[in-house]
Design a protein. Structure first.
Length: 245
């Protein structure tokens, strides 16, 4: 037997562990304040990885400027240039896969996704929604919450499944609704909490602590409760320098 045979046999099963930063692609449609929270976390080395591209279906999205200002590859992929939802999602899949991401983060991406898209990235697709899911799926959550006279509102980060805003929740943060709250004031309060919880969830995922298994999401191997973990009022208020009543 020649030495060559031994050499190739030995190397066949060897996969060196990657030391490359974990890669994130963020999808947006507009302002991108959640994107900014993720960029800021990355700049403090608190994201657990690197945002390598931001893709918007709206060419004039302000979030694209935020990405460029941070030196991140900013891609406009206007959905109107595609004749069907499937054609657009096919193009989007190609753009995303070019960047070989570990995680795809939806941050105000205002498009319904096709099952093909969701299946392609299943288990590595996160979204943030402005309500305490499973309450108030869909649009105009702040107005609907106020119209119902609810006392509490908030934001949720969840894994994306084919059910709109219906995937398993990872983390939530609540806000109390006061009598003088308007749609705008409520939106601001919820946004502030979104900016706290999204970087946390992304970091958990990129550090390998958060996973979507067959029985739902786990954190450090422990199944998460149905509505995810809840950031307490006290912790949020402290982070945001607010009075905690
Ligand atoms: C946020 O309220 C998020 O929950 C929802 O879309 C909004 C995006 O805001 N999915 P921004 O573009 O991150 O400022």
């Amino acid at each position: 037997m020649s030495d060559d045979q031994y050499t190739s046999d030995t190397l066949n099963g060897f996969t060196p562990e990657s030391t490359e930063p974990r890669r994130v692609v963020v999808l947006i449609s507009g302002n991108g304040s959640n994107l900014q929270a993720l960029i800021d976390a990355q700049s403090y080395d608190e994201l657990g990885g690197e945002i390598i591209a931001v893709v918007s279906n709206q060419a004039d999205a302000y979030g694209l400027k935020r990405a460029r200002d941070a030196g991140i590859n900013a891609v406009a992929l206007p959905h109107r240039e595609y004749e069907s939802r499937e054609a657009f999602d096919g193009a989007l899949i190609k753009v995303i896969e070019r960047h070989e991401p570990d995680l795809i983060v939806l941050a105000g991406f205002m498009r319904m996704l096709t099952p093909i898209f969701v299946q392609r990235f299943y288990g590595r697709l996160l979204n943030i929604h402005p309500s305490l899911l499973p309450a108030y799926r869909g649009l105009n959550t702040h107005a609907r919450v106020l119209a119902d006279g609810a006392r509490e509102h908030g934001a949720s980060v969840h894994f994306v499944t084919e059910e709109l805003d219906g995937g398993p929740v990872v983390i939530q943060a609540a806000v109390d609704i006061t009598e003088d709250d308007t749609e705008e004031s409520l939106k601001d309060k919820v946004h502030a909490r979104e900016h706290l919880i999204y970087p946390i969830a992304v970091r958990w995922f990129l550090e390998g602590r958060l996973q979507l298994g067959v029985n739902g999401p786990t954190l450090d191997g422990t199944p998460l409760p149905p509505q995810g973990l809840r950031l307490s009022h006290a912790d949020a208020a402290e982070e945001l320098d607010e009075d905690d009543e």
